[in-house]
Write a protein that binds this ligand. Sequence first.
Ligand code: NAG
Ligand code: NAG
Ligand code: NAG
Ligand code: NAG
Ligand code: NAG
Length: 358
Amino acid sequence: MNAASISYVPRSRHVFLLATTVILHFCVAGIWIQGEYQIQQQWTTTNRPSNNSEVSKERLNDVLPTTSHKFIYPKEPDTVLSGSENDACIARQDVLWKMAIFIKSSAKNFKRREFLRRSWASYRFVQDGMIQTIFVVGNATDPTTDQLLNDEFMRYKDILQYSGPDDYRNISLKTLAGMQWCSQNYKDVDFYTSGDDDFLIDLVAMRNTLVEFRETTIKNRWPEYPIICMYEKRQNTRPHRHKDKWHVPIEEYKWPMWPDFCLGGFYTMSVNVTIQLWDLAQVQKPVRMDDVWITGILRQQFGLPNVMLVVPGKKRTVAKHTVGFKNDKSKNLSGVVQKDWEKLKQNLQKITTCTVPQ
Ligand SMILES: *[C@@H]1O[C@H](CO)[C@@H](O)[C@H](O)[C@H]1NC(C)=O
Ligand SMILES: *[C@@H]1O[C@H](CO)[C@@H](O)[C@H](O)[C@H]1NC(C)=O
Ligand SMILES: *[C@@H]1O[C@H](CO)[C@@H](O)[C@H](O)[C@H]1NC(C)=O
Ligand SMILES: *[C@@H]1O[C@H](CO)[C@@H](O)[C@H](O)[C@H]1NC(C)=O
Ligand SMILES: *[C@@H]1O[C@H](CO)[C@@H](O)[C@H](O)[C@H]1NC(C)=O
């Protein structure tokens, strides 16, 4: 409606419109006041504890750990990053940085681990850095899986098993078990990475990203190396309140929004920060999604600001979710992933002379 059309409306209608508007305003205000009243009433009747002993009990539950996060490990990997290996290849390398990569895996995911060992996870060196990939699993749920896992461990010595649940719902404990092992065994290692077992990693892009953010850290005078969301960073997301796989009950996390966080597919931070976050986690109740809990909630409590939650440059893809390859209907899945890997491998071989025999 423009100015000209208004002038055609008779005066009496103007008065009518004005009256309706005023009445509507009152109605809306009334609803609003009633709504607030209801909220207040709810607050006084349900949310406020009725006496002091209840208050202190509630506070205690907030502060005291409900789970003891001290893990024991039936299987521990070789500590190759500590330089104990008497290997000519290692001696020859001019190593400027070291990284331990902890891949969360289910005890029964033998095939996924095997594919990673035949691809990027077999590499010990990327240009000027040394890396080690460690698979983190929980208790095997049946004797056959347990036996196969034992054989696998004896063969590769790249498995960290913690004595605890192996299922997805307890994935936070699995991640924490890796952080604890790293804090205890790899204090002198530079970087810690956490990832899933269905990702294809471009190690050259990863190395370049590390270097890029070392420069950023110095330039900005950040007191710590940032957390790099090598796969994806999430902002302004809400907890799932529907009853599905990702359902988070109010008692576990009451706020309407998550802090910014890295998706758990693949993210990196310094071991310095890992040790401090692990310390902090000792007195916290875990939130079931490990990525939100560690890179979002704990990170925020630690004080590491959003601006230090960084992502690789736009043209750089470090981590690819292999499940995403399923969208490619025309080809066979293992063929597609294999082809993608062949491409990455050519790039790697240009700069890396030492690999673990495959
Ligand atoms: C306070 O609450 C506790 C726990 O519900 C109850 O046992 C206690 O009797 C209450 N005390 C008073 C003074 O109401
Ligand atoms: C895992 O295994 C250990 C040792 O066999 C056992 O003590 C522990 O209760 C198990 N934990 C779970 C959650 O199954
Ligand atoms: C594992 O997850 C289940 C389901 O969320 C939970 O009931 C159980 O307490 C968790 N176990 C530990 C040791 O946290
Ligand atoms: C970790 O801390 C040590 C000592 O403060 C420092 O020399 C080192 O550069 C830090 N490493 C990283 C990757 O930030
Ligand atoms: C799928 O791809 C792999 C790797 O290229 C190949 O070995 C295999 O034969 C293919 N399978 C089918 C059913 O085409």
